[in-house]
Design a protein around this ligand. Structure first.
Ligand SMILES: Nc1nc2c(ncn2[C@@H]2O[C@H](COP(=O)(O)OP(=O)(O)O)[C@@H](O)[C@H]2O)c(=O)[nH]1
Ligand SMILES: Nc1ncnc2c1ncn2[C@@H]1O[C@H](COP(=O)(O)OP(=O)(O)O)[C@@H](O)[C@H]1O
Length: 204
């Protein structure tokens, strides 16, 4: 379970997309949101776009593993695909905010690795949001106002990656994934491996 969070515009969706394209082991958890769909987004692929009443029905039926209000809209992680992935041992990527990361940590514990993506500066964050040209000036201002409060949660994450040069940041994320997979996959077998080695040396 890999959680990516960042203030809006820092580049987490870009890094998530690169990871999904280059690493076939990852599946994206497609969130449900009440936010308006952007022109570049496809329903069911980037998000499941739902009305507020439909979201509330899902939430009240406990169909969401976690949910939060972010920038005035509701967002939530559908429970069924995430739990299936956890059960199957599938690597899953969650693009969720700090509130979601906290809730997920409580639910999945050590099986979760979290990365907080920082922009090089708040000015650059503003420029990226403008250049992305997907949100109105008002929406961009709300996101920038919220950025400081989101960044304040950086210490709660396992890793921090500063997304200045995209290539460098992506390689750092790949390195984290590689190291964490090695730890997960190698650790369980190491006890027997080392015991056997020591037993053999005792015989010699
Ligand atoms: N808690 C939670 N946060 C989510 C979920 N899906 C998206 N988010 C977060 O909601 C925030 C806004 O996302 P979005 O509207 O796509 O804007 P963007 O971050 O500017 O691309 C981001 O911080 C996302 O990580 C979710 O299922 N749960
Ligand atoms: N390292 C970078 N340098 C310059 N622009 C970037 C970089 N990373 C991402 N971007 C651009 O910044 C904008 C915001 O990135 P995005 O991935 O949508 O952010 P988020 O998902 O965190 O809101 C996009 O237009 C993206 O192409």
């Amino acid at each position: 379970m890999l959680v990516l969070s960042s203030p809006s515009g820092a580049g987490k969706s870009t890094i998530a997309r690169n990871l999904l394209e280059t690493d076939p082991a990852f599946r994206l958890s497609v969130s449900v949101t009440t936010r308006k769909r952007r022109s570049s987004e496809i329903d069911g692929q980037h998000y499941h776009f739902r009305s507020v009443p439909d979201f509330e029905v899902m939430r009240d039926r406990d169909e969401l593993l976690e949910w939060a209000e972010v920038h005035g809209n509701f967002y939530g992680t559908p429970r069924a695909p995430a739990e299936k992935a956890i059960g199957d041992g599938q690597d899953m990527l969650f693009d969720i905010d700090w509130q979601g990361a906290q809730q997920m940590k409580e639910k999945v514990g050590v099986d979760m690795v979290s990365i907080f993506i920082l922009p090089p500066s708040i000015d650059e964050l503003r420029e990226r949001l403008k250049r992305r040209a997907e949100d109105s000036d008002e929406v961009i201002e709300t996101r920038l106002r919220n950025a400081r409060a989101e960044i304040a949660h950086w210490r709660e994450y396992d890793y921090i990656v500063v997304n200045d040069d995209l290539n460098d940041a992506f390689h750092e994320v790949q390195a984290i994934v590689t190291a964490e997979r090695l730890r997960r996959d190698r650790r369980p077998g190491l006890f027997d491996f080392v015991s056997e080695m020591l037993n053999e040396s005792a015989v010699v």
